[in-house]
Design a binder for this molecule. Sequence first.
Ligand code: 5GP
Length: 186
Amino acid sequence: MNGKLIILSAPSGSGKTTIVKSLLAKIPGLSFSISATSRSKRENETDGKDYYFISAENFRQKIKQNEFIEWEEVYPERFYGTLKTEVERLWDNGQHVVFDIDVQGGINLKKKFGERALALFISVSDIKILEQRLRNRSTETEESLKARLVKAEEEMSYAKEFDKIIINDKLEQAVEECYRSVKEFI
Ligand code: 5GP
């Protein structure tokens, strides 16, 4: 049981999901921690691969039964959390575990696991870049896009709590920087 934790947190639209996918493809021995969420599935997503999609009611039940390592109500009525069983399963398979989680969740995991965790904060040099990316993605309504931007500004202020800040203005460079940090850490 000496699996490590690689945490990638970022404001929505910073490109962390893309970076996570590149890291998983490039580094053997890393596995993705599939979170549970009560938000609805997007068209390009698969249940049990991108997330475990469950109802808010089921999510609340799991909170009560202490099944999460960490969880957050990232947006109102939209819960996201890391199941203990998920991480244990991956560690038991001899894997290091990669987390794509929100900023508060990232900070909580880092506090809990200390030296066993590498916490990377993915950011951009200007919040306008985030807005543009979210618009291009077209997965959000105007309302949820605004909510994400308000939250992003607040989240930027927590960057200093992470082991390393990586600026993702150019994707290849950001991937390379993450790759080097992770290789060094594991
Ligand atoms: P999205 O709805 O865009 O997939 O994710 C919204 C936010 O929730 C992202 O910042 C994502 O990283 C975060 N998130 C995903 N899974 C978890 C989790 O298990 N715990 C926490 N705290 N945040 C998560």
